[in-house]
Write a protein that binds this ligand. Sequence first.
Ligand code: CP3
Length: 354
Amino acid sequence: MELKNDRFLRALARQPVDRTPVWMMRQAGRYLPEYREVRGQAGDFMSLCRDTDRACEVTLQPLERYALDAAILFSDILTIPDAMGLGLYFETGEGPKFRKTVRTEADVVALKEPEAERDLDYVMRAVSTIRRELNGRVPLIGFSGSPWTLATYMVEGGSSKDFRHVKSMLYGAPDTMHQLLDKLAHSVTDYLNAQIRAGAQAVQIFDTWGGTLSTPAYREFSLSYMEQIVAGLIREHDGRRVPVILFTKNGGQWLEDIAETGADAVGLDWTTEMSNARARVGHKVALQGNLDPNVLFASPAAIRAEVGRILDSYGEGPGHIFNLGHGISQFTDPRSVDAFVDALHELSPAYHSQ
Ligand code: CP3
């Protein structure tokens, strides 16, 4: 099927575009009243992920409202540990939790690597349904968590502030940690390849917690596994390159290492300046980001100024995909996203005049 808007894929390949493409991490979610309504009908969050038609519906909701250049599969990074048998559930207001945790070598040995096409078939059904409903409007992004980020939730049993248990394993039982990360890397590779076969046209690896590590620990326990995944991914499907985006939150000091993994693009949070990132790795990879999601709590004029500042920081020419530096907050006023997208549409063509 012909893609009607390929700005996002062109920018990932650092090819010329007419304006900077844009999507938002967590673009389908609770800041949208229409999301809250469908979520209420589905029951809990995981039921919504497993309900193919509703998962497709909420994926498309932000595209109905805003002129975004990509869709992202509605699902969660924690579907893999759930399929490994840990029992994922969400308690209102408390974030994700697991019934079982992974703390010992025996726990790691007992984990089975899911087979994505069988054990995560609901995700693949969502991907193919969304592709059909998108009908070539924009490309569809698939995603997974990084092994390290998934391990933090599995060892801690949910979200964490200090990463006490997972870092106890990292420093106290590094072999066990490596065994766990190795199982996760295989599972993530299989999962992303299944998404690509089902129709995902680009994939992003979310390394939300890589930035909590020391430099050597980041390289050994997060980056090397992402590199292993990138090497195992299907890079061409249906006659097109399938680009990979790596996003390590707070990973600004490791951009050179991240750009060496073979990824096509690096996601940036707002603590790294675009101009600095481009000077360091812009000859190798595209860059995605990096508006602080909290800017969306300011006035339309302030939003526009910040969008302009980031465009200017990246500068002229291709290779920039506009995004937030992390997921959009559930407390965002949907009208602020209009101000954001409108500003980008007005201001960005000037950076692509060649
Ligand atoms: O970007 C998108 O619109 C696609 C869907 C998506 C979700 N989660 C839906 C979701 C994506 C890409 C994710 C990724 C994800 N999930 C990450 C990595 C990115 C990041 O934000 O750092 C992480 C760490 C998770 C784990 C997770 N899932 C947490 C910590 C929470 C609770 C936090 C919160 O916002 O309440 C979730 C639940 C979740 N995943 C929601 C959504 C829309 C909210 C659940 C609800 O509707 O009640």
